[in-house]
Design a protein around this ligand. Sequence first.
Ligand code: UD1
Length: 427
Amino acid sequence: MRERFRVVGGTPLQGRVPVAGAKNSALKLMAGALLAVGRTRLTNVPAIVDVTIMAELLRRLGVVVDHDPGRGVVELDVPEKIGHRADYELVRALRASISVLGPLVARCGEADVAIPGGDAIGSRGLDLHAAGLEGLGAKVHVAHGYLIASAPGGLRGADIRLDFPSVGATENILMAAVLAPGATRIDNAAREPEIVDIADFLVSMGAHVSGAGTSVIEIAGVEALHPTVHAVVADRIAAGSWAFAAATTRGDVEVVGGVADHLEITLDLLSSVGCTVSTTADGFRVLAPPGRPRSIDVATLPYPGFPTDLQPFALTYNAVADGSAMVTENLFEARFRTVQELARLGADTRIDGHHVMVHGVAQLSGAPVEASDIRAGAALVVAGLVADGVTTVSGAHHIDRGYASFETLVSGLGGDVTREADDDPFV
Ligand code: UD1
């Protein structure tokens, strides 16, 4: 059944909201569990659909997965012999499935992983993943929609330089290299907290990894890893979205479990326009100043720069801010799908290449809009909270991929958001 969120605008968000473990770490840690035979236990796993999809993918490889969403626990019992093929059916539903590539080549000496839609080797997409594995000694080619990697004689450590600090490529190379004999050095590695989380996880399994969180990661290959117990790092993107929601609705929100250090630039920007940002015993708090918020220029960059995943929230914020701002997207092409929906709510925006000029208006006006992905959808709900009247955000399933029961979280902060059947007969 299709569902949508019904939002009634007008209430500032106030109170405490919890953040769970990071989706973008939990999925990779589940893939990383393939590296050790035996039972690995992950805690602080978010209760979202993507975890269920990754669990299914791993089951098809032979892993016994026990998933207890209520307790945020996933246990993965990995057998000695595992399959090495990730089917299109699951990969198309979960792009992050590509993160089984590195662990599978390391464990099996081969991997056939379906190529997620929209990607092509040789252009943007997976070229850095492929080049990294080739650097470690694998042969990689594409056939029948699958990326096929093989290293019959095993991988070996190598110096690898990434042309761009890709998160996914860094993770795949790191997870492949931990079992490759010899020394590996990844130059221009991604520095995201999720990379640090994966490195910590691998070290707790007996891997030798140093430098995660900097641009140079060094790995000394070991013969085998052992299972471990690991708590997933807090979701900085979910945390950042609540920070923006507080600022946009002129509210006061404590993000319980949020790590302010992982959002330094975002929180500095909000402070610079008058928000009071403080760390608390349980996380951090964002208190908006009275009156209309001031606009903020934002340009997305790899970590520690402003996260691309928070860009839709910056658009919503600026849509109602006092002044004009430029929002620049440097990571993904054409990732401005929030803009046309915000325009339906009366936002004054103009797209020019990878920039959006936003002229803040005093008041948005409620209307039906459509979520195109997790963060764009959540940002539209926030827009609905500062719009006059009722906004419906269809495509609730997109938002469910990043937030467990989003409507409960927003309601807990006083926002008027309910989930309802989407009975639009023409969709
Ligand atoms: C991850 C996150 C995503 C976030 C992104 C950037 C997950 C599941 N997703 O995605 O939410 O928006 O980091 O912070 O963790 N690129 C190439 N060749 C490659 C790989 C990437 O050209 O081989 C390009 C991509 O097309 C994109 C840019 O590099 O333009 C960033 O991609 P990457 O850092 O790899 O992001 P993901 O790991 O896909």
